[in-house]
Design a protein around this ligand. Sequence first.
Ligand code: GLC
Length: 734
Amino acid sequence: MRKPIIIILICFTQFSIVAQSEQPVYKNKNESIDNRVSDLVSRMTIEEKVLQLNQYMLGENTNENNIGEVIKKIPPGIGSLIYFGNDPEWRNQVQKIAMDKSRLGIPILFGFDVIHGYRTVYPISLAQACSWNPGLVEQAAAMAAKEAKLSGIDWTFSPMIDVSRDPRWGRVAEGYGEDSYVNAVFGVAAVNGYQGQNLSGKYSIAACLKHYVGYGESEGGRDYRYSDISSQALWETYLPPFKAGIEAGAATVMSAFNDISGIPATANKYILTDILKEKWGHSGFVVSDWHAIRQLINQGVAKDRKEAAYKAFMAGVEMDMIDNLYFEYLPEMVENGKVPMDKIDEAVTRVLRLKFELGLFDNPYTPVTDTKLRYLTPEDIAIAEKLAEESIVLLKNKNNVLPINSMVKNIAVIGPMAKDKANLLGAWSHNGQEHDVVSIYEGLSEEFDKKIKLKYAKGCDFDGEDESGFEKAVEVANNSDIIIACLGEKMDWSGENGTRSTIALPKVQERLIEALKNTGKPIILVLSNGRPLELMRLEPMADAIIELWQPGVAGGYPLAGIISGRINPSGKLSITFPLSTGQIPTYYNMRQSARVNGGKGNYQDIPTKPLYWLGHGLSYTNFEYKRASISKTKIKRNETVKVEVIVENTGDRDGSEVVLWYISDPFCSISRPVKELKFFEKKLIKAGQTQKYEFEIVPEQDLSYPNAKGERFLEKGDYFVIVGDQKIHFEIID
Ligand code: GLC
C-alpha cells in the first residue's frame, strides 16, 4: 500500500522539476531578481522594451461611458500608469490585461501623487517640517502608503525635497522649507515611511525624490522657469537632500521642469547620470515630470520631439511621463544606431528591477478591501491630528492673550477660513474629501462645547472687493469678549502653478482686520496658507498669531486645543517669513554682507530683517537654556567633539522644545553662510524639569564643505557651534 504514495510523490517531484525547468527563469520566484530581470530582458523585443519606458494615465476621466474606451487604448505592455482612480478592482482589471494579454506578462507599475496623505490628508509638507518630528512624519507617510497601496498604487511621486527660498513660488508648500539639511531629514523620513523595511512589504510603495534638481530656484518665483544655479549652489544647497534620499534607498527620482543655468534638468547628463548614477550609484530609475521631455523644445534645447526624446534618454531619464516620445522615436533611433541597445537594456533593467522588488510579478493584484477599513481609520486620524498639532506655530502671543482665560464667555469667530473645509486640505490632496475635514469653527465648537458662546460672521471672501460683510462682523465682534479672525489662502493659490506676485493676503482680508481692530477687542489671528505670508500690516493689529498652515483633515481640534490651552504649541518655522515680498529672497543661512556696520546695504524704505526667522515658534511655557558645555576646544579632524546643553522648563506646564544646533565657520577658502543647521532634537520637558540635549560633531560630516565640483574639504581653524543664543568656540588643529 505504501508504494503508490511514494510513486505519486516521485511523479509529482519529477513533474514539478520538469515544470520548473520549462518555466522561464523570470517567472521563477526562487530565482534572484537579477537573474529574473536579465532573463526577461533577453526575451523582449525592442518594442516591448521601449513600452516599459513609457507611462500613460488612467482614470483621469472616470465617466462610466468612457472607461471601456480608455482601457481599450492602454497597450497591455505599458510600463506604468498614473492612476487617478482609487478603486483596486479597476486597477486589477487593467493589470489583468497586462498579465494575460501581453506576450511576456509584465505587470504595470501604478503611480500617483501621494504627497501629504492619500484619503486621510495630513498637513502640507512645509507644515510637517514645522513639527521638527521626523518620526511622526515617517509614520504619516507609512499610513499614507497603506491607504494608497490598498487603492491600487505601487509608487508615489513623493517626497518633494526642493529647497526653496522664494515663497512667491507656489510649490514652496510641497517641500520642507528653506534649509537643505531639513529637506534631507524629512525627505528620508518620508522615503522610509513609504518604502518600509523593504519594497515587497504588504503596504510598501516606491518613493520618488523630486524635482531633481533646483526647481525651487525658479526665476522670480514663476513656475517652470529658468533657474540660475551655480555649481557651488548646486552642491551646497540643492543636491544634498537628494543624496540623502538616495542613500536611504529611494527607488526613483523625478527630473524637474526647470532649466538649470542653460541645461534643463530633464536633459542634464551631469545631474542625471554623472552625479545620480555614477557618483551616487543610484540603481533605480528616473521618470520625467509631466511633459518635461516635450517641453525641452520650448526650452530651446531640442528642435523637435525626436531630438527631445533623444536628449532626455541619453542624459539619463529612463521613463517618459505622458509624452509617449520614447515609444514613438526610440525604436527607430536604436534601429539606425543613434541610441545603443545596451542603453535601452540598462533602462529597462532599472524599471523591471523595481517591479520585481515590489513583488508585482508574483503578486500583481491589489486585495479588495472595504473602504471603511481602508481609509480614515482611528489610527490614521490620530496621526493626522498629532501631526497637525505639532505643525502649528504660535508666532505671536502679546501679553499672553493665549490661552483664552476663564473670563472669556463669548468668542467672535470671523473670517473666510472660519468655516471653510476644502482649503484646509491644501494642494495635492486629490483623494481628500471636503466632508472629511474638521473646520476651525467645528474644532472650536467641540472644544468649548457651550462653556463659551461662539458667534460667527464670515466678514468677507478670500479675495475680491466686497466689504458688505464687515458690518455684521463688527457687530458680532462688539458683542464678544475676544475675536478669533480666520484668514488665509485658497488651496490653489499654492502648489503647482500657484505663483503669486505678492505673498500678502488680498487687501479685503486686511481691511476686515482693520475694521475689527476698531472694536478694541483682542484679536487672535489664525492663518491657513501654503507659503510664508507678508504680515507687516496684520502683525501690529493682532494680539496673537497662530500659523495653522493647511493642516489636512484634522486641524480643527488641535488648533482649538491650543487656543483653549489644552495643548501647548511646539511648532517652529521651517521657513523664514519675510517682512514683505520686497525682501525675497531672505533666509537664515545667508552669507554675511561685505559691510556689516551701520546698516550699509540695507533697504532704505523698509526694515531689512525678516518678520520671523526659520526656527521661530512660541510656547505657553518658558525654556531656559543653561550654559552649554563642549568636550574639547581643540580637536583633530578625525576626532569628534560633543556639545551639550541643559534646558529647563521654568514654567508651570509641560512643553516640548526643539533645540536647533548650528555651526559656523567664519573664515574659509569658500565663503560660508553665517550659520548652518546641522542637527535638531525635540524633547518633552515637564514643568520645572530639565532635559539634556547633545550634539556630537563629526568634523568630516558636520564641518566640511563642498566646492563647485562637489568635493568636500575640511579646513583647520576656528569654528563655532551655536545653540539658543550661545556661540561656543572650538578649533580644528590639523
Ligand atoms: C506634475 C508635477 C509633479 C507630479 C507630476 C504627476 O506636473 O510637477 O510634481 O508628480 O506632474 O502628477
